[in-house]
Design a protein around this ligand. Sequence first.
Ligand code: ADP
Ligand code: MG
Length: 234
Amino acid sequence: MKLELKNLRHSYDVEVLHRLNFVLDNHKSIAIIGVSGSGKSTLIRLMSGLEKPTSGNIYINDIPVSNQDYRDHVGFVFQTHNLFPHLTLKRNITLILEKTRGKTKEEAERIACKYLELLHLSDQVNKLPKNVSGGQAQRAAIARALSIDPKIIYLDEPTASLDPILTHEVLTAVEELKGLGKEFIFVTHVLSFVRDFADYVVFMHEGNIHEHGTIEILDNPKTIELKEFMEKVR
Ligand code: ADP
Ligand code: MG
């Protein structure tokens, strides 16, 4: 994908992204790393179109992210699964397909089952989120994000609430999606996953893109801040 940030600023009570200008082309899997509070979530929420920037513009493949067609074709996976608690894993997916994508009941069912199977959840489809493990619920959230056939999938620390075993399980499932031809932009603190899955790394520090490059920057950081970050998360 081609990604372009132009004079991008975002403020809540104070400014948290400081006039970002950035162009990236020909990468399919982009990791965003940095300490807590550095602006990673804000940046991917803006890129996905979930939130509007205070000022400036974002273009993905030369299309502004305010474009409705773009926003209809992104998937987003949050830190916690955000599934409807009173609906089964399958119904969590079919409901969206029927209500927002105009799919028939049968089509929705077929698509939901296809993605739940891809995430190794065929035997869990009729369970409520509270009756499956955190890793299974998060995988169902990934299946739901995929079910709308997005071009780009955003993941914001999808394993933040999971223990190491479940983290491994979820990230392995994400790695298996490589063959689907989707593009990924994700935030994670799991550097082994960044090394395996990302083809580009963006390091955020205090609301700026402080350093970026192919994964080699993890072993050869140019800035003291990335060097310190690498020492902390290792
Ligand atoms: P990260 O994902 O890297 O931890 P965030 O993008 O969540 O960083 O946050 C960047 C800064 O913006 C932090 O100082 C955070 O406290 C602040 N922030 C994030 N979301 C909000 C919000 N909804 N309201 C006010 N401040 C926020
Ligand atoms: Mg965050």
